[in-house]
Design a binder for this molecule. Structure first.
Ligand code: AMP
Length: 223
């Protein structure tokens, strides 16, 4: 088996991480591991973990690190992640990033950050529509479904996340600046961060991500 390839996609809520991560993961043949999706699955299945995460998620706060780390490390230990994986929505705090760095010591890691100014993020997040079946993402204005309320990819039912309400998005943005930005700065200080202009069209963002990954692959890069 070739060595593990690990990608980390960072960025504020509404920057397009979920859309780009599923596209990238499919393109590269890697599992897309999104901590927000894992929590939402736990929530809809009524697990103990989902119950513990619920109030944090609904108010736009971060779920405590120990719950996130346990869930994430369990997920990436599964056989489908043996060749690598793409992380979306993790890490989100400095302790999460440090725990990940320790776990991945010596492995090849690419860290990409989507940058979008705050004033565009509330509009983006509050128009977002998610598929109940396949987690595909539409946007009411920027990428409306062909049939209202129905996912183009699988025909599943579209819904709006409770935490995409504009008031909760503003809280999530405040949390991002307070707790997540210092973690992104940590990667930047290590010189291992690729910043991408997330205000481009989705196709251009995707092309930029691929170009950075290609450049990074030829230059090498280890945790
Ligand atoms: P997301 O789908 O990535 O926007 O995540 C939705 C919500 O799940 C967040 O607002 C948090 O409440 C929780 N969550 C997801 N990932 C993390 C994480 N890495 N650390 C803490 N909370 C998280």
């Amino acid at each position: 088996m070739s060595e593990q390839r690990i990608l980390i996609l960072l960025g504020p809520p509404g920057a397009g991480k979920g859309t780009q991560a599923s596209r990238l993961a499919a393109h590269l043949g890697l599992p897309h591991v999104a901590t927000g999706d894992l929590f939402r699955e736990n929530l809809s299945q009524g697990t103990a973990l989902g119950q513990r995460a619920k109030s944090f998620m609904e108010s736009g706060k971060l779920v405590p690190d120990e719950l996130v780390l346990e869930m994430l490390f369990d997920r990436v230990s599964r056989p489908d992640c043996a060749g690598g994986y793409l992380l979306d929505g993790f890490p989100r705090t400095l302790p999460q990033a440090e725990a990940l760095t320790e776990r991945l010591a010596g492995l090849s890691v690419s860290t990409l950050s989507l940058e979008v100014p705050d004033d565009q993020l509330v509009e983006r997040a509050s128009g977002r529509l998610l598929c109940k079946s396949c987690s595909n993402i539409h946007h009411a204005t920027f990428s409306p479904p062909r049939v209202a309320g129905v996912c183009d990819a699988c025909g599943g039912e579209l819904y709006r996340r409770k935490d995409d309400d504009p008031a909760v998005v503003r809280e999530r943005l405040a949390v991002f600046h307070e707790q997540t930005q210092p973690m992104i700065d940590y990667y930047a200080r290590q010189g291992s961060l690729e910043s991408i202009d997330g205000t481009q069209s989705p196709d251009d963002v995707f092309a930029s991500l691929l170009a950075r990954l290609d450049a990074g692959t030829s230059a090498g890069g280890r945790a």
